[in-house]
Design a protein around this ligand. Structure first.
Ligand code: PLP
Length: 393
């Protein structure tokens, strides 16, 4: 390995949300960023900008959009034009803008919980009606998979007295880490086409693939699907530059793109200049050897954690994510047995001094779950799991 992902870097002295929320003795395994420095080409580009020293107003220019287009073609054979790309200050902003642009007040927005928690409040931000199509959990031994229940999905469309205008998809899915099969994606797309529903597909975890899995953006499956899809991508998770807040909406349909841009304008949203510079370096391909090694490291972290849970944390079931650095842990058996009292999140926080995300925040189906972030040096991961084992045994 050329890159060292084992170094422990002190983040407590920074403004890091992950590292400054809880007391010193708590090990933070929650917020989805990694404890690794960004790859050198990004740091070099940022240093150059800092050395230049002038931080006036910046905006995204054609070469950056071209870089995004070239990357989509290189990774997925998906041909898009640079003009189809719109820079956004993060993907949470991106899907809120998309909902505001597409949905009239009182119409419906559909999503599949348990899901990344900011999805669950888009309806409040944009005066919409939330429509939930929960994923179905399947447990096999101590492992977990999720599937789409089509009856539930269809039942959620136009539910709660509102016409569904947008399906907000999370692919690869957070918190399960699963990649939907091609047939599932095509089925979602077809149902949305029939009901005239625009899809906003949040694909922020698209490049954090573990092991040898296949992945392609939903919109890359056909120009017909791309015409009613807003695809959100970003270098932020992949290259650990989330704090620089720069992502992209890919919107092939001109009218849809215009609406999106108008909404961005109304909300006076701008991407910060250093984010643009970092995104250019990140998506240029210069960091891809780093990314190859990162994926190997994360895959080994995933396998280490899953094996540990299997061997030493009986009663906890876990997903085996295809992508992301997140494990979704089902503690319901231990809650039922009285081994964990109250919320697993509070139990591990207070007793084991490990901060995990509270599954309840991810909507229905997340109760009695916690989410563990394994985007960290192996030693940190081992320490967290050891603390959890100690407290349970
Ligand atoms: C599915 C998903 N979308 C969006 C985000 C955050 O996006 P941003 O920081 O660009 O707003 C995350 C972060 O964990 C995520 O998992």
């Amino acid at each position: 390995m050329e890159y060292n992902f084992d170094s422990l870097i002190d983040r407590r002295s920074t403004n890091s949300v992950k590292w400054s929320r809880y007391p010193q003795d708590v090990l933070p395994m929650w917020v989805a960023d990694m404890d690794f420095p960004a790859p050198e080409p990004i740091l070099r580009a940022l240093r150059q900008a800092v050395d230049h020293g002038v931080f006036g107003y910046d905006w995204p220019r054609e070469p950056l959009y071209k870089t995004v287009a070239v990357r989509m073609e290189k990774l997925y054979g998906w041909q898009i034009e640079p003009e189809m790309v719109v820079a956004v200050p993060g993907l949470v902003s991106g899907f809120n803008v998309a909902a505001g642009a597409v949905c009239d007040a009182g119409t419906g927005i559909l999503m599949q919980p348990p899901v990344y928690f900011p999805f669950l409040s888009v309806h409040e931000n944009q005066q919409l009606v939330r429509q939930l199509a929960p994923l179905k959990k399947h447990s096999r031994g101590d492992s977990l998979r999720y599937e789409i229940d089509w009856e539930i999905f269809e039942g959620a469309v136009h539910s709660n007295g509102a016409r569904t205008r947008m399906c907000l998809l999370c692919q690869p899915h957070n918190p399960t880490g699963q990649i939907y099969s091609q047939s599932d994606l095509l089925c979602i797309a077809e149902k949305c086409r029939q009901e005239e529903i625009i899809i906003c597909s949040d694909e922020i975890h698209n490049e954090l693939l573990l092991g040898s899995v296949d992945y392609a953006p939903l919109a890359s499956h056909s120009p017909g699907i791309a015409a009613y899809t807003i695809t959100l991508v970003a270098p932020s998770k992949t290259f650990n530059i989330a704090g620089l807040f720069c992502g992209f909406a890919i919107i092939p349909d001109r009218e849809l793109r215009k609406k999106f841009e108008k909404q961005m304008h109304c909300m006076t949203l701008h991407v910060n200049g250093l984010g643009l510079i970092a995104a250019q370096a990140a998506m240029s391909g210069e960091c891809d050897d780093w990314l190859d090694e990162l994926r190997i490291y994360l895959t080994a972290n995933r396998d280490f954690a899953v094996q540990f849970i299997h061997d030493k944390l009986p009663g906890i079931r876990t997903t085996l994510p295809d992508a992301t650095y997140l494990l979704w842990l089902d503690c319901s058996e231990l809650v039922r047995a009285g081994q964990i009292e109250g919320s697993p999140h509070l139990f591990f926080l207070e007793k084991a001094r490990v901060a995990l995300n509270d599954g309840a925040d991810f909507g229905p189906g997340g109760e009695d779950f916690v989410r563990l972030n394994f985007g960290c040096p192996r030693a940190t991961l081992a320490e967290a799991l050891n603390r959890m084992e100690k407290i349970l045994n």
